[in-house]
Design a binder for this molecule. Structure first.
Ligand code: ZN
Ligand code: CO
Length: 329
């Protein structure tokens, strides 16, 4: 699992340019899916099983990044953000373009004289001496996954870890079987507003949606008041800024966790949302829940997760997908 997460998180794939990540995932899922296809926006969708109830699970392949908007004669590229970029994460960061060119991020005026960081327009990517980078080229951050004890640290664990969990769930369910029609969607463009999940849910017409994504923990110094702890197990979402989880779905996830003896936490996310936001309002509406992987430093290059949480989220997802589902409000 660690190897798979690392391979996916280290891959290059800002929103709208997920094809390298998709190729890696396709190689993993081809032997596991009864059927798979890539839809017009680039979502990779895998069907496993054939039952009356259609359950859609989703994890997003894309990552935050930037796109070049202007390059001056000295080779300093200005950029527009892809997804939510925090200025505090930028200075000194390395950016890789698809052709392999590495840029280094600088900031206007000497950092030693600064008291505070400017907004994004004050930053630039130094691509001097490279050639080959032009306006419209997307870049992703470079920071290989490393391990500290049971923790993995890297860029884009949001949401490549969710993708890895879906792949492992498919592997287990291939052996175990399922009474449902399961659709595993590896979605595009979540970081720019879940633009991939929406048409995917439209075309698949699911009866139930379950999203896997990261959620921030409340266990860091002066952190948000949140009970979610790193290593505390799957966080069953109850609400975020775009999604109120129906009681029936929340209860289903809680019941399955308790029946399987999986420790879980309850989550209210006060800033941010996931693909579940769009899946729930597809077509006539889809009851949708989310199983979150607790994480620290989301949208930095050192997103930090716990491997025990990853296993527990996988166990919970498989427990939900391999048994009959009744939604009791
Ligand atoms: Zn995410
Ligand atoms: Co994100």
């Amino acid at each position: 699992m660690e190897e798979l997460i690392t391979k996916l998180a280290d891959a290059w794939g800002p929103s709208g340019f997920e094809h390298h990540v998709r190729d890696l995932i396709r190689a993993e899922v081809e032997p596991l899916a009864d059927e798979w296809w890539v839809d017009p926006l680039g979502n990779l969708i895998c069907r496993v099983g054939q039952g009356e109830r259609r359950i859609l699970t989703a994890a997003h392949m894309d990552e935050i990044g930037l796109i070049v908007s202007h390059i001056d004669r000295q080779g300093y590229a200005r950029f527009s953000n892809i997804g939510t970029l925090f200025a505090a994460t930028l200075l000194g960061a390395r950016v890789r373009f698809e052709n392999g060119v590495i840029g280094s991020v600088g900031v206007e005026h000497q950092i030693t004289k600064r008291r505070e960081l400017p907004d994004l327009p004050g930053f630039f990517v130094d691509v001097s001496g490279s050639g080959g980078v032009q306006v419209g080229d997307p870049g992703a951050f470079v920071q290989p996954v490393v391990r500290r004890g049971q923790r993995l640290i890297g860029k884009s664990l949001d949401d490549r870890v969710g993708c890895a969990i879906q792949i492992e769930a498919m592997r287990r369910i291939k052996a175990q079987g399922t009474p449902h029609t399961l659709y595993f969607a590896f979605t595009v463009q979540e970081e720019v507003g879940s633009r991939g999940a929406r048409p995917a849910a439209y075309s698949l017409e699911p009866d139930l949606g379950i999203v896997l994504d990261l959620t921030p923990t409340g266990d860091q110094p002066q952190g948000d008041k949140s009970p979610v702890q790193l290593g505390g197990g799957p966080a069953i979402k109850t609400k975020d800024t775009g999604h109120i989880v129906p009681a029936a779905v929340k209860n289903l996830l809680i019941e399955r966790a308790e029946a399987a003896g999986i420790p879980y936490q309850l989550e209210v996310l006060t800033h941010g949302s996931t693909d579940a936001r769009m899946i729930q309002i597809a077509r006539a509406g889809v009851p949708t829940g989310a199983i979150s992987i607790p994480a620290r430093y989301i949208h930095t290059q050192s997103e930090t997760i716990d491997l025990g949480d990853v296993q527990a989220v996988l166990d919970l997802l498989v427990a939900v997908l391999t048994q009959p589902v009744e939604l009791n409000g």
